[in-house]
Design a protein around this ligand. Structure first.
Ligand SMILES: Nc1ncnc2c1ncn2[C@@H]1O[C@H](COP(=O)(O)OP(=O)(O)O)[C@@H](O)[C@H]1O
Ligand SMILES: [Mg+2]
Length: 199
């Protein structure tokens, strides 16, 4: 089995090599699955992210959410709590600024923060996934940390929590992800061609 770092590199290269036409077909395919997903249709507060590095473009999905009067949120890195994410409201008129990694994000404004527990759905980016719902991210563990707060509790106490949906190109599916104890598996992943349900 490839190491996690080697797998990240292979799949990120593959993703970067998709042509502009493949990217726009994929974005449209994903929009069709996303807008027909029963959990999405019922959700009001949805965390998304802005794509980069060959990730599937989420712009069409964000526009669709706005048209449906759903509230969209984007992750920003917590300014003090290292490794943690905050989710900020993203509206059509929200300006975007470049963070220290050159990634666009909304400016930090306490009035637009939503406590993550109030999100109905958290859509996560990912580098690779397998047929069990295991997720390999960029290596920061941000979504593992975010989702871990509910993962064990929900199983034990059946409390409601944000539902996680991974978004990916079909070429990001691999045979097997070497997982670590802290990795949180995803209950659902949408690709342009397929809706994977793991639970
Ligand atoms: N719930 C958590 N609490 C504290 N540290 C975590 C948690 N989840 C992940 N991490 C840390 O984040 C780092 C990156 O995690 P990893 O799973 O490799 O990244 P990714 O999920 O982005 O692929 C690891 O060093 C791991 O220890
Ligand atoms: Mg992980």
């Amino acid at each position: 089995m490839k190491t996690r770092q080697a797998l990240r590199q292979t799949i990120r290269n593959k993703r970067r090599q998709l042509t502009a036409q493949q990217q726009s077909d994929a974005a449209l395919g994903l929009l069709h699955r996303f807008s027909a997903d029963e959990k999405i249709l019922r959700a009001q507060h949805i965390a998304l992210y802005l794509s980069n590095d060959g990730e599937l473009n989420t712009k069409l999905i964000i526009d669709w959410c706005w048209q449906q009067n759903k509230c969209v949120y984007l992750p920003v890195m917590h300014p003090f709590s290292k490794g943690h994410l905050l989710f900020l409201r993203f509206e059509q008129q929200t300006p975007l600024i470049n963070n220290r990694y050159g990634i666009s994000e909304p400016p930090l404004d306490v009035r637009t923060i939503i406590p993550a527990a109030q999100l109905d759905i958290i859509c996560t980016p990912l580098v690779a996934f397998d047929k069990t719902g295991a997720r390999l991210g960029m290596g920061g563990g941000f979504y593992d940390r975010t989702l871990s707060q509910w993962y064990k509790q929900e199983k034990q106490q059946n409390i409601s929590s944000p539902y996680a949906i991974g978004l990916a190109h079909d070429c990001q599916l691999v045979d097997e992800i070497p997982t670590e104890v802290w990795d949180i598996p995803l209950p659902e992943i949408l690709t342009p061609s397929t809706r994977y349900k793991f639970q």
